[in-house]
Write a protein that binds this ligand. Structure first.
Ligand code: ZN
Ligand code: ZN
Length: 211
């Protein structure tokens, strides 16, 4: 298992490519924009995309989904409870003053407890609502340890805002406590924005997770 992660799109959402080197297969998480960069990374590594998945459906995380889907033919997935946010993309674009992306053909196939595959790599879906109702985290375990992609639920030293459509503060705190903080301290965290961390570092140092 290998991870290629880089900021993409108007708000610097971290786009991640989780890949199986032997199978040359990959799952793309949060193609927020900058499709040429995403395509270049996939082409350089000779990767076939098996799925396009989203930690949640804010516009800055889905900006290049349609282009990536057209190019790769892969299915694009969100969690059912974020479906309304996909329909609200024009409102999100207006509010944030960023261009409206083309609509992709997204399914609601991200279901808590399910696993997606790229070759031998398994990407587990954890429903972690609160930032949005359909926010999920993706957990990938490899020989060298585990990585969790937390979207805008958990950042290094922070947590996601809950004042946007469907956000809820008690719910995000419950997701953090009951789902993410139950992971091992060595689990690497790739958040939706900004630098990475580990579950242990956040457990000790994140002021929103104390007490
Ligand atoms: Zn967000
Ligand atoms: Zn975001």
């Amino acid at each position: 298992m290998e991870v290629i992660a880089f900021p993409a799109g108007p708000l610097g959402c971290n786009c991640s490519i989780v890949l199986d080197e032997a199978a040359r297969a990959a799952i793309v998480i949060d193609p927020g924009g900058d499709f040429p960069r995403i395509r270049a990374e996939l082409e350089a590594a000779g990767l076939r995309v098996t799925a396009i998945v989203h930690t949640h459906t804010h516009i800055d995380h889905v900006g290049a989904t349609a282009e990536l889907q057209e190019w790769s033919g892969a299915s694009a997935m969100i969690h059912e409870e974020d479906r309304f946010l996909y329909d609200l993309l024009p409102v999100q674009a207006n509010m944030l003053g960023i261009p409206l992306p083309r609509r992709a053909d997204v399914t609601s196939d991200l279901v808590d407890g399910h696993c997606l595959r790229a070759g031998d790599v398994e990407v587990g879906v954890l429903h972690t609502p609160g930032h949005t109702p359909g926010s999920v985290s993706f957990l990938v375990s490899g020989r060298d340890g585990s990585v969790v992609f937390t979207g805008d639920t958990l950042f290094r030293g922070g947590i996601g805002r809950t004042d946007l459509w469907g956000g809820d503060s008690p719910t995000i705190l419950r997701s953090l406590r009951d789902r993410l903080l139950t992971l091992g301290d060595d689990t690497v965290v790739v958040p939706g924005h900004g630098p990475g961390s580990t579950i242990g570092a956040e457990r000790r140092g994140n002021p929103f997770l104390r007490g």
